[in-house]
Each structure stands twice: as structure tokens, then as C-alpha cells.
Ligand binder design. Structure first.
Ligand SMILES: [Fe+2]
Length: 487
């Protein structure tokens, strides 16, 4: 019973505290009750505590509480895992994704490994920055009284004070409070980002925690980038959020897209990348069944498989999952299981979200974009209509979903797959149902559009999606253009 429960929760990317586990095992004695309680929730919590689980089972679902911020001992040493490279026929290889490599367990401590890995990967990027002089471990900073030094730490807290900001930073050796005047901090760091700070350690110490006066803050960021180009004349089409199975799936727009793919104008398109939410799923939000045309998850994928078969055979389709798809909701999400894959015939490549995919020498980072919701909450200028500043921030912090404890469910993995290790040439997301193409330091940014018209929920929130737009990237020139299939 205990093993079955842990396995079930781990598949969902949910962690359980020992007391809650005890309660389900001894007092409830039935995994089924928990299973049905969880599936009736529109937002599955990441960490199940006793206070949460009791009302769920004894009546009504409770709001998911935010987990406690991890303590100072969250950094533990993990062994280096060599990156496996999957080489696939036809000029594509998946450089990095979680599929088949997940080492997630239903243990809270596993997050320590994720954070440790995030820190060491980004420390590597930051320590070579010219703006960070005399980099020291945070644990040694207190001894450098009156000196100017730099530290690299994970952001644990950001507080606005009367005169500026107090930022708590942590590294494996300790933590430090860094005070920034408003003048020295034009942009605030986000929780769980890893940043470098240059500043001065005061001569006199007050309080317990070591302090620093910050002069400059540095993000890992991407260097100015020149896009790699393919030798072959080849293009990739980017689409997302088909939501097949929903009443609002735009059949006519899809059919005109398919028709266009057969036209001479589309002759160079050899790949189609779909950035997740390929079906609408079931039980994703309350009363979803009222808006479903196909209410069986396998039938939704079977319908999609039929649609994909209409895509000209010379094109390879690459599909990653999203939060509506039938894989664990916690990120990084692996590719679909065999029971879904077998519904599809032909040349389809299933990858995880996020995935770094190389096509004819051009590196494409594909991520569904669930974390955009968190950026909308904390970053000025980010909206559902225009998520480009969120994508830029992901590149700047080199993390696709930095905030732990927000709306994005994250799975504890030994490696932090959400870190952007390699600088991509093209970065694509979906999820927010709008269309954006932009450029940040030479990296092409695309938020791929949807094939679903305005849903009831979107109408209620006064959001107008921008469906039926396809972004086409010419890998041999670097040009990106759009085609519209929904009038
Ligand atoms: Fe989505």
C-alpha cells in the first residue's frame, strides 16, 4: 500500500510528508480515496502535508499551501551525470531532455539535489563574468570586513525597505543579507534565481547574519549570440496548444494550414515543432467536460493522430507535452508514454518539455511555457497577450522556471533540467495562446500560437487569444516569418 501510494504520487510529481503518508496508510487504508480526491482538484499540490490531506479525504478539497522555503542545508552533493545524446535520423538529435532519465523520487530532500545542481551550473556561468571581481564563498564573506568582494548565491528573499532592498543570498557555505539602494538596483531579482553580487562588507557587524552593501547585481544571462545556420535550405514551422478534443478546437483553420503545407510556398518546411497541449486533456480544470467534444483521453490523442497523418509525409513532426497532456504535470515533463505513442503512425519524434533539439546544426530550445503564469504575477510588462519579457527573463536568469513554490509544478530531479545550459539559436514556448516573435541578444524568440478559439474561462478573464498563427524559421537564413490561418 505504501509503495503503491508513493509510486502513484511520484508519477503525479507530488511529494508527501511522513505524517501525511502515515495518515493515509493507517487511518484511510485506501489509495483510491486519495486518487479520486486528487483528480477532482483543478490544481494538484506539490507537497501534501497532513493539514492538506485530511480535508481532501474527509470532505472537500483544500487550496494547495505553499511549501516552506527550503532551509540552509538544502545543498547536498550529487554525483555528476553525463549528458546522453540521442542521435536520430534525418538531421535531428535531442541534446537534452528528461525522458527516460528521470530520477525523481517522492522525497522532499530530492529538491536539495535540484537546487544544488542549479547552483553549480549557474555558478559556472557567473564566475567568469568580468563585473564580478574577487568572488568568494558566502561563508568567508564575514571575514572580509571593509573589503570589496563578490558572492554568487541563490535568491532566498527580496524585501523592500524604506531606503532600498534587502536581498538574502545563499550558497553551499552560508547565507548573507545584501542591502541595495534603489539607485544600485534597477531590476529586482526573482526568488530562486542565482545571481552574482559585487559589493562591500561593512567593518562593523550588527545582527547575526553577515551583511554586505551591494553595488552591482549580475545575472547569468546569455552572451550576444550569432545564430548558427544550416547548410541545407530547410525550414521549421512552430505551432502549439492544439487542444484537440475541445469544442473550441479550430478545425477550419487547421485544415487550411494543412492545405498550405502542400503548397509550393511551404516546400522548404521539413519539420513541425508542436510546443505542448496537443490535446485538451480531461479533468484539467473544473467543469471541463462541458466544453469537451471528445471526453476520452485516448480518443483525443487518436483524433490528433489522424490530423497529424494529413501532414505531408516529407515533414517530421516533433511533439512535446504541456500542462493539458497525459504525462506528469510536474516539470520537467517527459515525452509521452508508449500507450499514447502507439496511437501515432509515421515519422514523429516525441520529446520532453523542456527539450534542447538540434536540427541541421541549429539548436532549438522548446518548452511548453507553464511558468509564464508565474512571471505574469511577478514581472512588470509580462501579460498573456505579450509574454516576450518572460521569455527574455528566462534567458537572462538561464532558468525556464526559476520560482519554486509558485504556480508551476516542479519535480525534484537530481539534475535541474530547467536550467538553460547551452545557448539556443531559437527559443520557443506556447501555453498562453498568443503569438509573439522577438529577438534577445541574437536568440530568436517565439511564443507559438494556439488552434483553440476563446474559451469560457478566457472570456471571463477578458483575454482574446491569437489563434491559427504559424511561425516559420528558415534555418539557412535565420529569418522568421508568420502565416495566419484564422481570420
Ligand atoms: Fe498550456
Amino acid at each position: 500500500m505504501k509503495d503503491a501510494l508513493i509510486e502513484f504520487l511520484s508519477e503525479k510529481g507530488v511529494l508527501i510528508t511522513p505524517e501525511a503518508l502515515d495518515y493515509v496508510e493507517k487511518d484511510v487504508g485506501d489509495v483510491g480515496k486519495l486518487r479520486s480526491a486528487l483528480s477532482s482538484m483543478d490544481k494538484i499540490p506539490r507537497i501534501l502535508g497532513i493539514d492538506m490531506i485530511r480535508p481532501m479525504i474527509e470532505g472537500g478539497a483544500a487550496e494547495a499551501p505553499l511549501p516552506d522555503p527550503p532551509g540552509e542545508d538544502r545543498f547536498i552533493k550529487v554525483p555528476e551525470i553525463p549528458v546522453k545524446i540521442d542521435v536520430l535520423p534525418g538531421g535531428i538529435r535531442i541534446i537534452r531532455d528528461v525522458t527516460g532519465k528521470s530520477r525523481s523520487t517522492a522525497k522532499v530532500e530530492s529538491f536539495l539535489s535540484t537546487f544544488r545542481d542549479r547552483y553549480s551550473r549557474l555558478h559556472r556561468v557567473l564566475r567568469s563574468k568580468p563585473h564580478l571581481k574577487y568572488v568568494r564563498r558566502i561563508g568567508e564573506a564575514a571575514k572580509k570586513k571593509g573589503e570589496e568582494i563578490s558572492v554568487i548565491g541563490m535568491v532566498r528573499d527580496v524585501k523592500e525597505t524604506g531606503k532600498g532592498f534587502m536581498i538574502s543570498l545563499e550558497d553551499p557555505s552560508g547565507s548573507i543579507e545584501v542591502f541595495f539602494s534603489r539607485e544600485n538596483l534597477k531590476e529586482r531579482p526573482l526568488l530562486d534565481e542565482v545571481v552574482g553580487v559585487f559589493g562591500r562588507i561593512p567593518i562593523s557587524e550588527r545582527g547575526k547574519a553577515p551583511r554586505m552593501f551591494g553595488k552591482r547585481i549580475v545575472w547569468p544571462d546569455v552572451p550576444p549570440h550569432k545564430m548558427r545556420l544550416s547548410d541545407e535550405k530547410v525550414s521549421v514551422a512552430f505551432i502549439s496548444d492544439l487542444h484537440v478534443g475541445s469544442e473550441t478546437f479550430l478545425k477550419d483553420a487547421w485544415n487550411s494550414f494543412i492545405k498550405w503545407l502542400e503548397s509550393p510556398e511551404a516546400r522548404d518546411i521539413a519539420y513541425i515543432i508542436i510546443a505542448g497541449d496537443v490535446v485538451d486533456g480531461i479533468g484539467i480544470y473544473p467543469d471541463q467536460e462541458e466544453e469537451l467534444e471528445i471526453s476520452d483521453i485516448y480518443e483525443q490523442y487518436a483524433a490528433l493522430a489522424k490530423m497529424v497523418e494529413e501532414i505531408p509525409e516529407r515533414m517530421t513532426v516533433i511533439m512535446i507535452p504541456g500542462n493539458h497532456d497525459f504525462v506528469r504535470p510536474a516539470e520537467p515533463q517527459p515525452a509521452f508514454d508508449d500507450d499514447i505513442k502507439k496511437l501515432f503512425g509515421g515519422d514523429i519524434l516525441f520529446a520532453g518539455s523542456p527539450s534542447l533539439i538540434e536540427i541541421h546544426g541549429v539548436k532549438i530550445l522548446a518548452y511548453h511555457g507553464t511558468s509564464i503564469n508565474d512571471f505574469i504575477n511577478v514581472l512588470p510588462g509580462v501579460s498573456y497577450e505579450d509574454p516576450s519579457m518572460a521569455l527574455i527573463r528566462m534567458l537572462k536568469s538561464r532558468i525556464l522556471a526559476p520560482i519554486y513554490g509558485g504556480k508551476t509544478p516542479l519535480a525534484p530531479e537530481k539534475e535541474d533540467y530547467m536550467v538553460i545550459d547551452e545557448v539556443p539559436d531559437i527559443f520557443v514556448t506556447g501555453h498562453v495562446h498568443s503569438f509573439v516573435k522577438s529577438n534577445y541578444r541574437g536568440i530568436r524568440i517565439i511564443n507559438a500560437s494556439t488552434w483553440q478559439s476563446q474559451t469560457k474561462y478566457q472570456k471571463m478573464n477578458n483575454f482574446k487569444p491569437d489563434p491559427g498563427v504559424v511561425a516559420i524559421a528558415e534555418l539557412h537564413t535565420g529569418r522568421i516569418y508568420e502565416k495566419r490561418f484564422y481570420a
